[in-house]
Design a protein around this ligand. Sequence first.
Ligand SMILES: N=CN[C@@H](CCC(=O)O)C(=O)O
Ligand SMILES: [Zn+2]
Length: 426
Amino acid sequence: MAGGHSLLLENAQQVVLVCARGERFLARDALRSLAVLEGASLVVGKDGFIKAIGPADVIQRQFSGETFEEIIDCSGKCILPGLVDAHTHPVWAGERVHEFAMKLAGATYMEIHQAGGGIHFTVERTRQASEEELFRSLQQRLQCMMRAGTTLVECKSGYGLDLETELKMLRVIERARRELDIGISATYCGAHSVPKGKTATEAADDIINNHLPKLKELGRNGEIHVDNIDVFCEKGVFDLDSTRRILQCGKDIGLQINFHGDELHPMKAAELGAELGAQAISHLEEVSDEGIVAMATARCSAILLPTTAYMLRLKQPRARKMLDEGVIVALGSDFNPNAYCFSMPMVMHLACVNMRMSMPEALAAATINAAYALGKSHTHGSLEVGKQGDLIIINSSRWEHLIYQFGGHHELIEYVIAKGKLIYKT
Ligand SMILES: N=CN[C@@H](CCC(=O)O)C(=O)O
Ligand SMILES: [Zn+2]
């Protein structure tokens, strides 16, 4: 056949489709077991999209005589969708290992933040850093995420707070989106903290009157593509009223609402997100029962962040209650200077042990549901014909080893493929 295909993955022990009927998310009973084929093969076309998946003998007959740029024998191995990390802060200068020591000695996240550390510390360093320096460190961090199986990642700004630095961060994310193999969903998070010298109301006014109009202009002329708007809705940061004003203005310029809520204090952020039509809310350690029901009804996904609850010794988000009520539960690494973790396999393990999720629930939360949280589950998050050829191959005959072997993903993950292109091989 003229041109042939990009990739043939032959005879895998298991191909974990996650879902197989075009579902945009999995909730309730659909999470009891995932769609898995045994003894199957998969073909990715030169356009980077999946052309066929099925029993190995059927695929062999269907494609006999056709050419492939790459053929991988997957005997004894498992193929899974590339992992989707729905929440990260990967653009910054100013790591905070000294604060980790303070927290181990008993300081809380908010005590450090209110004393001028935390986000403020990283903001100062990020403002001083050059665009090139920020890009190089972002590139390195995304490389680490890819090696841990992530092929689509949400990337937030939010360590600038002033317009100039927020735009610098968004330009860095845009460059990564254009130049790197990993898929990126870009989030404007200018309301990550109240900048020194301003009240929350003044900061919200600045965002609404100056930042968002500029983003709209840059989006319209194709300079920067931003997908989501975020606010840190928290006691002592942005209250419910400022959060509402900022998110509504972001929505009005076409951004998906995807924000931090109900993390350290109950704020009724879940209720607000459901009312505004948010695509996702992250954290939710302190969400109310009413907020959970409102999110389920509004199909607003919950991005749970097991690393944060673990490192800050917070109470765990009530994943079981959310799952039982039908909330679309997704997972994220929350990679940032406070929660330094690149690995979605470790995030899934923590979600299973600390939040009592099952392994199928955790994998769905790190694939199709995380893609839903980013508004991308029509192209990402499962292995189905017509979807993007983003996948990982692990050297194990059962997929659950990816979660079970805590910290073992570097040995397990043999290949990472994005849009049919090999982007990592052990
Ligand atoms: N909670 C707010 N934002 C981040 C932490 C950012 C930071 O501490 O630098 C989070 O999601 O955990
Ligand atoms: Zn965050």
